[in-house]
Design a protein around this ligand. Structure first.
Ligand code: S3P
Length: 169
């Protein structure tokens, strides 16, 4: 069994879907942002503020090399820009969580911790710019994905089951 790599835009629910898959299967999960935060002992927001985005992208590449070399049979959730690492396809089966931008915003706003969810994401501070980023990235996400899952208006359980069924084929 290869790794499953969840990609998709900020706030689409990669972390929540990963936790649901862990509940419903034998998969163990890691998250690239969590790995980076523990490597640096700093929150992503702080890394962006103090070291800049370029430095953060370098850390993503380092994590990507390690995942390719050392991680097997694992569910990997990623930050929204992780799909750009050049060895992405060598890490595992790429599953895109796809949703219209407006539904992503709605999902974040409806969350009980909405303020925190927005505040911790440096690239979501300006919604106009975030929408532009979404428009640029969506075709690129579709291009690298092996499997595309439409997550709008679906329960976490339904999404998780759909992924498990599709990667099993
Ligand atoms: C980013 C997404 C974030 C995090 C960082 C950059 C991006 O992860 O990696 O703020 O470039 O889209 P989430 O997708 O979990 O918000």
């Amino acid at each position: 069994m290869k790794n499953i790599v969840l990609i998709g835009f900020m706030g689409v629910g990669k972390g929540s879907v990963a936790r649901e898959i862990v509940k419903l299967s034998e998969f163990m999960a890691v998250d690239t942002d969590d790995l980076i935060e523990s490597m640096e002992n700093k929150k992503i927001k702080k890394i962006f503020e103090e070291e800049g985005e370029k430095y953060f992208r370098k850390l993503e590449k380092r994590v990507a090399r390690w995942l390719e070399k050392s991680v097997r049979d694992t569910l990997i959730s990623t930050g929204g820009g992780f799909y750009k690492v050049d060895n992405l396809k060598k890490i595992g089966t790429i599953v895109l969580l796809d949703s219209p931008f407006e539904k992503i915003l709605q999902r974040i706003k409806e969350h009980p911790n909405a303020k925190k969810k927005l505040a911790k994401r440096p690239l979501l501070q300006d919604l106009k710019k975030a929408k532009e980023l979404y428009e640029i990235r969506r075709p690129e996400y579709l291009e690298v994905a092996d499997i595309v899952i439409d997550v709008s208006d679906k329960s976490l359980t339904k999404i998780a089951k759909e992924i498990l069924k599709k990667v099993d084929k």
